[in-house]
Design a protein around this ligand. Sequence first.
Ligand SMILES: [Zn+2]
Ligand SMILES: [Zn+2]
Length: 339
Amino acid sequence: MSLLDGDLIIVRTIGANLSSKQDAYCLVETNLDANIKKKSFVISKSSNPEWNNEFVIPVSGMVLKNIPNVTLLFTVMDENKITKDEFIGNVSLQIDTNQFHLNEEVKRTLSLNTPKKNEIEIAIRIVRISGAESQSAIHKCPTHNISINSLCKTCKKLMCSACAVSKLHNTHKIHLIEDVEGIEREEIFEFKSDIDKWINEEKISVNQLENELGNTEISTTETKQKIQSQFLKIKELLEKKESEVLYSLDKQSQFRMDYLKELLDWKLSCDQMFNDFEKLKPYDFLDLKLSKFDNLKYSFTKTKSTYQPKKNFVKDLEQTESKVGDKIENITRVIENNF
Ligand SMILES: [Zn+2]
Ligand SMILES: [Zn+2]
């Protein structure tokens, strides 16, 4: 077999046989990706540490083009709590893909390049979640740089095989894109036919909606105009009534002013006459008295009997104002209650 974009190399660091007791751990690196540096558990004070850690190395098609052989580098270290960790030894392994079958684990015992005998046991498995190569190369996982070929139904997210087998999603419902595409399309198809059915029942069409959109604006404008003209009738009626009320008020006031002028004239003519009486010589005085006095007495009686004091007029004004106020209040209440 040969590796394809999206394949996963699963490396298991099983354990080691060391020449002395160490606090040993194992690092796994690969020429596929310089950023990958996986670290096993540390097993304290043991010459036969059993790590049993599994690491996922995603295979990117882009990287494969430039690398003839995939190499893994295993480095065994001795952990020191205080000083720097010490290097025990390392060994590199070129993966001969001809010796692999998909999903079958191949175990290897590798000797570290040290004078004393130090061995590690590892296992390698190549996993291909099929469909990896069929996906467009444009959609690469930004984390693992391999094709996105899976769907996590739990997270509702598209992802690559390496993401799909990671801890984050390992209890989730993962499907291959190519496996679920049909079902997902069917769901959309069914949904569309639900909409179509309703659209048919309600006889909705794009044409009809566009027409209605235009007509809605026109008929709204027409209705608004009708309502405005109805309100205008009320406004005109109110204006008419207002001018009637003001007109009668003007008349009332004009009547009062005419009366006041009359009274003023009478008072001035009285003053003038008494002034004359005082100044005139006996003959002229008597002559004037004989001709005017009866008139004067008569005019006084008449003025007294028709006298209209100021307070009556003020009362009239107040009454007019409060009658109008009551009516306006009633009308306002009717309008408020009806709209
Ligand atoms: Zn990924
Ligand atoms: Zn998930």
